[in-house]
Design a protein around this ligand. Sequence first.
Ligand code: NAP
Ligand code: MG
Length: 492
Amino acid sequence: MATKKSNTIKLKFDSARSLAPAPESKSAAKIDPQYELFINGKMEKPQSKKYFPTINPATEEKLSMIAEANGADVNKAVTAARNAYAKTWKKMPPAERAKYIYRIARMIQERAREFAIIETLDGGKPIRESRDFDVPTAANHFFYYAGWADKLEYAFPNRRTEPLGVAGQIIPWNFPLLMAAWKIAPALACGNTVVLKPAENTSLTALKLAEIIQEADLPPGVVNIITGAGATGAAIVNHPDINKIAFTGSTEVGKIIQRAIAGTNKKATLELGGKAANIIFDDAPLDQAVEGVINGIFFNQGHVCCAGSRLYVQESVFKEVVRKLKDRLETLIVGDPIDKNTDIGAINSKAQLDIINKYIKIGQQEGAEMYQSSCALPKKGFFCRPTIFTNVAQSNRIAQEEIFGPVLAIQSFRTDDEVIEKANNTPYGLSAGVWTDKGSKIFNMTTKLRAGVVWANTFNKFDPGSPFGGYKESGYGREGGVHGLNAYVNIV
Ligand code: NAP
Ligand code: MG
């Protein structure tokens, strides 16, 4: 009898795709029909008089209109930040600064549900992701850096530090609120003021954060949040009164920024693209490794700079791992991101979906063998089936270039030296993963893999206390942890 019962439960679980819909309620999220620019503590109409729509990529419905900041708006925001820096923030005792940052952290926690829903509606990521990862991790970053504000002397023993001044911060669309937190929290803790620009496709949670900053009574001008497209970002980068540029985005734009600030006194941290390798040795716990690989590339639709988009499997377990991956792929639920059961949500934009589909074609043309989940895709919105490629050559574009979508390129290897060589053989170096039972192998690999983060027997794990950043074309500088403070101080 007992056996029968457990079989029924198992069957239900196996047919996860036929689970009844479990949508999060949208009513907990208040989205205004139009948003202005947050400058000097107030919502200001853009001098450009222009607005652009932001849509829900899962339904293609318009959510709101967003102000487009031009050069004059950027100038207003930078002036507000400069005044706030000189008159208030720089002079404020660090313990007082910390209180404001703590307040922001607590208010994000209080409104966590609203933030998670809006993040999912505006960006397309599964509500489980926004609820369990993005929003709590964003709050944790504010908590963590609030703690450092009055302890900088311990971060830099026997040295005196000064803030840099006004930081221009430009962020991408894949982790909108979390990236804002990564940028704003350490800047404020170190005594800088901020002009932040979210990505055009995902401005809403940054604008909600502006509401919190207003309610937290942060002195006007300490944080300014201005929206717009690439030209707005470029106007921030080129403004003469900015002291530091913190950028997360593509390697292509990172290079433009580097050229633009060459010969100026502006400091920069650049967090750019990636092509991370996950490496499975034959002694690894295979089921755990497969789950980690799935999580590492299909999590957030592969819209993760450190996504494990390449997989190297030791030859003796290659067939078994590929079979397990295919089986697991079939159980992933692709669909409405606001549904709590969804594993893979919407691709962030039509433009990004076109890029991913282009690479899927390239992979086939290059002679790789494709396997896609057989799941049905919603009729409206931007969706992509989770896709794996085998029979991939190291020189193939799908093994070298960042796709930024749910596409995994798999190769086999025989020896440690061979896999180190292959894993390091891309222009990027942001992250990597090693799956093995042997500690000594982990240490050997972590010292030889040219990647900013190497996870062992896990993947995509983040903590505000640990630094993150890349080698080579993945950028420079570190965010997070005590290292992240370096990016916002002058040591005098
Ligand atoms: P992107 O095109 O480089 O955009 C990033 C940000 O820069 C956006 O706010 C964008 O504005 C702005 N921007 C565009 N052109 C600019 C210019 N000429 N000057 C100044 N700012 C400019 O990247 P994306 O498509 O948003 O994001 C995907 C890329 O980001 C991927 O390559 C990914 O690997 C990388 N990424 C890296 C990390 C990391 O931590 N290393 C994290 C997340 C993403 P608009 O979007 O409004 O045009
Ligand atoms: Mg949107």
